[in-house]
Design a protein around this ligand. Structure first.
Ligand code: C2O
Ligand code: CU
Ligand code: CU
Length: 481
């Protein structure tokens, strides 16, 4: 099956026609597309504070790299960005035009689980209205995707995803307002003809990756910056691929994580984004030139079979680590002739310091697997929607200790209730941040603190390698009043 990415690009290059850019830029390959910005979802604001919008899931014929493909999307790839403001009430009318059951999840938004119900089923032809209020202080980058247990991997891989951007008062500061803003949705694909390549047993074990890496559905696009400071909102929308991001000759200044702004920019030589995670970074361009945004090699412990075909899965085939991923170029940023970057913001927001003397419960969650069967567990149990795994009380603070007893990384995600990472293997985090997804490497012990605020109801936590979620690595949380 080894169609390498390079071959694929060569195959696709012929179809790109005269829209080629990059020929005049030394160091840039020919055949690279201009950077495409995802469309905005059109919204109505019939009165102050109220937003109405419609969204539908359907089969879509698109082109990726000049090649026709059939995907499942929310009206394009990525789906249109839903841009909201803090405090607004949103009425999102969702319709399922797929030939299969689906639903919609607002990943990361602190919204009642009765609205953002991960167990809801929306049958073909049916609609559902999602009405919620965008929390104050939640300015940041979120996303939406389906959440039907057993089908998330296939529906997400096929293209059902879009961004949610929340704007708030912090965005008005000159150091942010003067930046040139872009969203980067990172997603890989494997095609067979014009369709998504079928899931293999190995895909169900490791999570499905693909050799075709895209940014906003474009292959290695070129972003021609007009200004000296860029603000990039980055989403890892891949099922299983990790992105260890680095920009040539430039540090990244982290300003926001999953749950919005951190307190002040943090300079990073590189940034790891696990599936489901988001980050916002500032890039300060100080001289002309073109700079590649790269995914550096990363070993997430994915496995391959050795000494036997897939038919040997349940027999004595040997499992071996696949080793690190290859270095890949995702995007090229071309700086303007005389870039004048803005000063960095000195402070962004206040991230609450949680009072850990108030913790009412400390719980332990052990991630486990039976690799050959592609079965995944939390505390030895596979997901069962009729079983409540954790009962918590509204208005309390809990600490969860997450332990990865498998050979592979798993990004742990909790719905509805943002948390703070207290420590990883006993080491405190260098800065405070609200998160909804945190990566666990093999043998990691991660402690998170969760305030159960506002909402009662039933929701879930799971691994965001969505194949693992579909194959059991999910639990049910019930918060009572
Ligand atoms: Cu983005 Cu339950 O997940
Ligand atoms: Cu979620
Ligand atoms: Cu996992």
């Amino acid at each position: 099956m080894k169609i390498t990415r390079r071959n694929t690009i060569r195959l696709l290059g012929a179809g790109l026609g005269s829209a080629l850019v990059g020929a005049h830029w030394p160091g840039l390959a020919q055949g690279t597309p201009a950077f495409p910005e995802p469309r905005l979802l059109s919204v109505r604001r019939p009165e102050v504070g109220l937003v109405e919008a419609s969204l539908a899931a359907r089969e879509s014929n698109l082109t990726i790299g000049g090649k026709p493909v059939t995907l499942l999307t929310y009206g394009g790839l990525p789906g249109s960005t839903l841009r909201l403001r803090e405090g607004e009430t949103v009425r999102l009318h969702f319709t399922n035009h797929l030939a299969q059951v689906t639903n919609l999840h607002l990943h990361g938004l602190h919204v009642s689980p009765e609205v953002d119900d991960p167990l809801a089923q929306i049958q073909p032809g049916q609609s559902r209205m999602y009405e919620f209020t965008v929390p104050k202080g939640s300015a940041g980058t979120y996303w939406y995707h389906p959440h039907i247990h057993g089908r998330v991997a296939e529906q997400l891989y096929a293209g059902l995803l879009g961004l949610i951007v929340v704007e708030g008062p912090v965005d008005a500061m000159p150091e942010l307002k003067g930046a040139e803003e872009h969203v980067l949705v990172l997603k890989d694909f494997a095609f067979s003809g014009s369709r998504i390549a079928p899931f293999t047993p190995m895909d169900w074990m490791n999570g499905k990756e693909g050799d075709l890496l895209t940014v906003n559905a474009a292959i290695r696009p070129i972003l021609r910056a007009q200004r000296g400071t860029l603000r990039l909102r980055i989403l890892n929308a891949s099922n299983a691929r990790y992105y260890r991001l680095a920009l040539e000759n430039h540090p990244l200044y982290l300003i926001a994580t999953d749950g919005g702004f951190i307190e002040k920019p943090v300079e990073l030589p590189e940034l790891l984004l696990a599936p489901g995670e988001r980050a916002e970074v500032l890039v300060r361009l100080t001289r002309a030139g073109s700079f590649r945004l790269q995914a550096l090699p990363y070993d997430r412990g994915a496995m391959m079979m050795h000494g036997g075909g897939m038919g040997m899965m349940n027999h004595q085939g040997m499992m071996m680590g696949m080793g690190p991923s290859r270095l890949e170029t995702l995007l090229t940023i071309v700086a303007p002739p005389n870039p004048k970057p803005l000063p960095l913001p000195t402070s962004l927001a206040t991230v609450e310091r949680l009072d850990l003397t108030k913790v009412v419960a400390t719980r332990r969650f052990e991630l486990g697997e039976r690799m050959m069967q592609a079965e995944f567990f939390i505390n030895g149990q596979m997901f069962d929607p009729s079983r409540v795994d954790v009962r918590a009380r509204r208005g309390t603070l809990e600490v969860w200790e997450l332990v990865n007893k498998t050979d592979m990384d798993h990004p742990f995600h909790l719905h509805t209730y943002p948390f703070q990472v207290l420590s990883i293997n006993g080491r405190p985090q260098p800065y405070r941040a609200w998160k909804d997804t945190v990566n666990l490497k093999k043998n990691d012990v991660v402690r998170i603190a969760i305030p159960f605020r506002d909402f009662v109801g039933t929701t879930v936590y799971h691994c965001h390698i969505v194949e693992h979620e579909d194959r059991g690595m999910m639990g049910v949380l019930q918060v009572e009043g």
